[in-house]
Design a binder for this molecule. Structure first.
Ligand SMILES: Cc1ncc(COP(=O)(O)O)c(C=O)c1O
Length: 395
């Protein structure tokens, strides 16, 4: 959440004065339809038929996708070794088992390893567009089609990004976004879900809306209502997100402009090499990604004066061996509710040792991310570029 200000306050004031904070209400009695308006605008922006705004974050959005696909116990879902734990926890939340795929030199899911990891139990793939960088959706989509697998894009860290001109989240059967405080736009906590498949949308809608007791349109659903959870967004979230949406393209433009400045100024300089991108045009520009010959050179560069960088390998949150409750299989509040204990999952692949993913360790260890702030002044950007140039020249 890079930018917020008076515009959000103004719209929130209107919501409070309407005294209607629940997402369902009649416009004739002053209800502002903030959530509905956001969902319509978000679907239009992404290029899908349907969208939902969720109070349960990107995690709930991923769960909506998996429930939409009908994933459950006995199913394996392929996820990359580099992502926030929530990608794996959403799979476990529906009773299925996450199976990890290596990341390649773009720090996103390696299509080659993906194909090797498909088993008869695999039902879905979740590529993750980490730190604004698109996964190779062309290759991953064609593998999903070939093997008849569902595709759920985790675009939580790449809100508004695209691959080959098509927005992230619209390549798959469904897409998930996070609007928490660390993301490109947000409302503190929150998530977005998109799909163009009517059945997936109906299942996701029912699931996110408890017993679906309050929705006037529930009568239009073509499937029986089942019991879900309570992930409905409030009008407060909707109002903030409607303003945040007007800021999105400006934020992306500024992030991308700064990233371009870094790349144009540093290309060809001693010691400098950039990590491979699957699509620089569609990359959100959240970080400049450098690549080094060795893990130790990457570490030295990251720690050099003025660089303020970090290796993804050292994030402590986003690499599979950091997902402590999952590695140790402590899931849920009761042993019988732990998918690792379910009889249907008995023969699935459930190990996540450090040795299993050497390619990921190498790729994440040789990469350094330097985070970009879209509100840096030109002289701040130049100062940072100089620090990177100096640090790389000394390696
Ligand atoms: C890649 C990724 N997936 C999923 C999530 C979960 O999103 P939330 O925290 O909004 O539930 C996050 C959040 O940080 C994330 O970075």
């Amino acid at each position: 959440m890079y930018r917020m200000g008076e515009e959000e306050v103004k719209e929130l004031r209107k919501v409070f004065l309407s005294k209607q904070l629940f997402r369902v209400g009649d416009p004739a009695s002053g209800h502002l339809q903030e959530v509905v308006r956001f969902e319509q605008a978000w679907a239009k922006l992404i290029g899908t038929e349907y969208a939902l705004l969720l109070s349960g974050g990107g995690t709930a959005a991923l769960m909506c996708g998996l429930v939409g696909f009908g994933i459950g116990p006995g199913d394996e879902v392929l996820i990359p070794s580099y992502t926030f734990m929530a990608t794996a926890s959403a799979v476990l939340a529906v009773g299925a088992i996450p199976v990890i795929v290596e990341v390649d030199d773009s720090c996103t899911m390696d299509p080659e390893d993906l194909e090797k990891k498909i088993s008869p139990q695999t039902k879905a793939i979740i590529p993750v567009h980490m730190v604004g960088m698109p996964a190779n959706m062309e290759k991953i989509s064609s593998i999903a089609k070939k093997h008849n697998l569902k595709l759920l894009e985790d675009a939580c860290q790449a809100v508004g990004g695209s691959f080959k001109g098509k927005r992230l989240g619209s390549w798959g059967d469904a897409g998930a976004y996070s609007f928490n405080v660390f993301k490109i736009i947000g409302c503190g906590e929150g998530g977005g879900f998109v799909t163009s498949d009517r059945m997936i949308y109906e299942r996701a809608s029912i699931f996110h809306d408890s017993g679906t007791a309050f929705r006037p349109y529930a009568g239009d659903f073509t499937i029986p209502i089942f019991l879900g959870y309570q992930f409905r967004a409030s009008e407060i979230m909707g109002a903030i997100m409607n303003v945040q949406l007007t800021r999105l393209e400006g934020i992306l433009k500024d992030l991308r402009k700064i990233k371009r400045m870094f790349m144009e100024s540093l290309t060809g300089k001693p010691g400098i090499c950039f990590a491979r991108s699957n699509d620089l045009e569609g990359d959100c520009g959240v970080v400049v990604a450098f690549r080094f010959e060795t893990e130790s050179k990457a570490l030295e560069f990251a720690q050099s004066e003025g660089v303020n960088g970090g290796r993804p390998l050292d994030s402590r949150k986003h690499v599979w061996f950091d997902w402590e409750p999952i590695v140790n299989k402590r899931i849920g509040g009761h042993p019988a509710m732990n998918p690792y204990h379910f009889p249907q999952n008995k023969n699935l692949r459930k190990d996540y040792t450090k040795e299993m993913y050497p390619k990921s360790i190498e790729n994440l260890g040789r990469t350094v991310f330097v985070p970009i702030n879209p509100d840096w002044t030109e002289s701040e950007v130049i100062e940072k570029i100089k620090a990177c140039e100096k640090a790389a020249s000394k390696l």
